[in-house]
Structure formats: structure tokens, C-alpha cells
Design a protein around this ligand. Structure first.
Ligand code: SF4
Length: 392
């Protein structure tokens, strides 16, 4: 496996995440903080976001503007906003963020709500990366997980994004879906590769509590692929993507050279970020914060001028060391042992020596160029390795 070195992080770097919690319909697997049928709150929500951006810029910005290295508008479904709502959102961002120095500006879109006009607006306002939730190009699979678009529609929207000038397009796909066969996954991967996108995220289905799929499972109405079939899908995709030029740089993420997501890489490299909007998380000066998930509670908190207001936790050294390792292990470049020493003033072997030895003996962990990383086998059974990086 090729080890991809991610972008060099400067000590002053941070990312900004902006959450749009609205969706047309809740997908059957989704437990993200997103809601369907709350469109009447969108205008008020956007005003609160604008105010939160202003508060953030005043408190931690330079010259009343935030100067991050990346911006990521996620959700929910940002493309569910109308053109005029999207325009207001993007203008608010330009009011309080210095967009011209941002290296990567991503927006998540759904094939069923993105169109040419929205794409052109996004491009005009400085967005340079599109992340499209597709999940599968198979119409049966899409229907069974509650997606509102077809495979053809998704393919057509990718082409539309390219015509609008986007040269950095990422697709989210899933495997292990209800009724999905290896053939169906193969066909979806073929389509994704033919579409000429630059980045693919591939997630195995997880049955999260409270979702429609979890309820179907409880009622024994869910037809999932067998463990062997799901494993065969995993084995296929980890070979297919590199063979088509997509280098794996994180457990679930593959990119053409130079197209690894800079924003998501910040999370995995223990870099600070500011999250704006309902349910958004921030990691700032060693503390973690979380905005209220409920849209009404969020609007109320912002009306009271609260910014970074709910301190979830001050990260202890123990938690920080564990998390530094979990995140590092997710990336193919692994945990930089020297970075660990500089951050915690300890050699990583002093803290996790026994576990490291055991995982190496099992062939799940390797050391290369001063970094500890998962072997291909370790990538498959990551949870076993993560368990070795927990301090009792
Ligand atoms: S569109 Fe995305 S955020 Fe919305 S329900 Fe579906 S998976 Fe969840």
C-alpha cells in the first residue's frame, strides 16, 4: 500500500465547518443532526448563522474576518436551500471569512436538489470542491435506503458540476447496503471511475439506533448482504480504487494524487476547527464545544450572543493522546512518532508500547519512516488496533 503524505499543516491553520441541518427527506440509514420538513425555519436559521459568523470573526478573527485555511459547508443538505437562500449564506460567509486565502472550499450537495443555477452560484462565490452524496448508482439500492434520486440523475449532476467549472468533485458511496450484491457495487464503482471524479469516500453501512433501517432490522424486515458478501465487497473496492488511480489516504477515503480532502485531513491531524450552526462541533485551544442540535435552541443561543458557549470538555492529556492515535491511525500516513513526542513530551512506546508490540506481531500495525500505520490487514480490522491505544 502506498503511503500518502497529506498536506503540511502550519501551526496557525484551522478549518471552518458550517452546518445546514435541512433535508428533503431523512435517509433510512442516517443519524446525522439533520431534519426533514423544517423548511419554514431556514430563513431564520440563516440569519442566526450570519450572526454566529460575525461573533466568531469578532472573537477569534483578524481584522473582523476569520482567516481559516479551509471551509466546509455540510449537512444535512446545503443544496436543499433555494438559490436566494444559498446566495445569502454565501454572502454571509464572504462578509466574515477571508475566502480568497482559503485553499479548499467544499460544499455537500445532493443530486436531487442541485442544479445548474446553484452550481454556477457556488462556483462564483469561491467554492472549489463539490462533495456529492450518491451512495450507489443502483436504483434499487437507492430506493431501499430512502434516497430520492436515481443513479442516472446522480451521474448527470456530476457532469453538470464539471460543466459549471468544478475540477475537484468527490462522491460518497456505500457498501453492505440492503439487497446490494457485489455486482451492483462493481457497477457503481465502474460508473464513478468513468465519471472522472477526483475523490471517492466509501463507507460500509452501519445500522445506527433510531434509523428506519435499524427499525426494519428489529422487525426482521431488512435483507442485508451476508458478512462474507460484505467482506467480498470491501476486498473488491480496496483493490479497484487504487487500480484506477485513487490512492487510499484514510480508512474510507481515496483520491487522485493531489486531491486528498484538506479540510477532513485537519480533523485527522489534530488541527483546530470552528463549527458553526446547529449541532456543530468545535475544537479550539484544547477545548471541545458543541452547539445545540435542536434548531430552535440554536437560534435562541445565538440570539443571546453565545459563541463557543457549551464547553463539552477540556481535553485531558490521556484523552488527547488516545485521540491523537485513533485519528492518526485512520490515515495511511499513520501516527508521526516525533509529532507525538513533541505534543506530549513522551515517547509513544512509553505509553502504548505493549499494544504496539502486540499489533505488530499480529501483522496489523507497521512502522515506516518514523510513523506507525495500519497494514492493509489492520485497515480491515481497525477496531482491534484502536483497542490497543486505550489507556486503562
Ligand atoms: S441527505 Fe444526508 S444528512 Fe440528509 S438524511 Fe440523507 S444522509 Fe442524512
Amino acid at each position: 500500500m502506498t503511503i500518502i503524505k497529506l498536506v503540511q499543516i502550519m501551526t496557525t491553520d484551522f478549518g471552518v465547518y458550517i452546518h445546514i441541518p435541512f433535508c428533503k427527506q431523512k435517509c433510512f440509514y442516517c443519524d446525522f443532526p439533520s431534519f426533514a420538513g423544517r423548511e419554514k425555519y431556514i430563513d431564520e436559521y440563516l440569519k442566526s448563522l450570519h450572526r454566529e459568523l460575525e461573533l466568531a470573526a469578532k472573537k477569534i478573527g483578524a481584522g473582523d474576518q476569520l482567516v481559516p485555511c479551509t471551509i466546509y459547508i455540510g449537512g444535512g443538505t446545503p443544496s436543499h436551500l433555494t438559490v436566494s437562500q444559498l446566495e445569502r449564506l454565501l454572502e454571509g460567509i464572504h462578509d466574515h471569512i477571508q475566502v480568497k486565502t482559503v485553499t479548499e472550499f467544499t460544499i455537500e450537495v445532493n443530486p436531487c436538489s442541485v442544479d445548474e443555477e446553484k452550481l454556477r452560484l457556488m462556483r462564483d462565490k469561491g467554492i472549489n470542491r463539490i462533495s456529492m452524496g450518491v451512495q450507489s448508482f443502483d436504483d434499487g439500492c437507492l430506493k431501499r435506503i430512502g434516497r430520492l434520486h436515481t443513479g442516472d440523475m446522480a451521474a448527470e449532476r456530476v457532469k453538470l458540476a464539471r460543466e459549471a467549472g468544478f475540477t475537484n468533485i468527490s462522491l460518497d458511496l456505500m457498501y453492505g447496503l440492503p439487497g446490494q450484491t457485489l455486482d451492483m457495487l462493481q457497477a457503481s464503482l465502474d460508473t464513478a471511475a468513468e465519471l472522472g471524479v477526483q475523490h471517492i469516500s466509501l463507507y460500509g453501512l452501519q445500522l445506527e439506533e433510531g434509523t428506519v433501517l435499524a427499525k426494519q432490522q428489529a422487525m426482521e424486515k431488512l435483507r442485508l448482504p451476508s458478512e462474507e458478501d460484505t467482506e467480498a465487497m470491501y476486498d473488491y473496492l480496496v483493490d479497484f480504487l487504487p487500480a484506477h488511480g485513487f490512492q487510499r489516504y484514510e480508512i474510507s477515503n481515496y483520491a487522485l494524487p493531489g486531491f486528498a480532502s484538506r479540510h477532513n485531513s485537519l480533523y485527522w491531524q489534530d488541527v483546530p476547527y470552528i463549527g458553526l450552526g446547529s449541532g456543530a462541533h468545535s475544537y479550539w485551544q484544547g477545548n471541545r464545544y458543541e452547539n445545540p442540535v435542536d434548531i430552535g435552541d440554536y437560534i435562541q443561543a445565538i440570539a443571546e450572543d453565545k459563541f463557543l458557549h457549551i464547553v463539552e470538555e477540556t481535553v485531558s492529556d490521556k484523552d488527547h493522546m488516545e485521540e491523537f492515535c485513533f485519528l492518526g491511525l485512520r490515515m495511511t500516513q499513520g501516527i508521526d512518532k516525533e509529532q507525538f513526542r513533541l505534543r506530549f513530551n513522551k515517547d509513544i512506546n512509553e505509553v502504548f508500547g505493549d499494544g504496539i508490540k502486540e499489533m505488530m506481531t499480529k501483522g496489523l500495525l507497521q512502522e515506516k519512516d518514523g510513523a506507525l500505520s495500519l497494514t492493509p490487514m489492520g485497515m480491515k480490522y481497525g477496531n482491534m488496533v484502536f483497542g490497543a491505544f486505550i489507556i486503562d
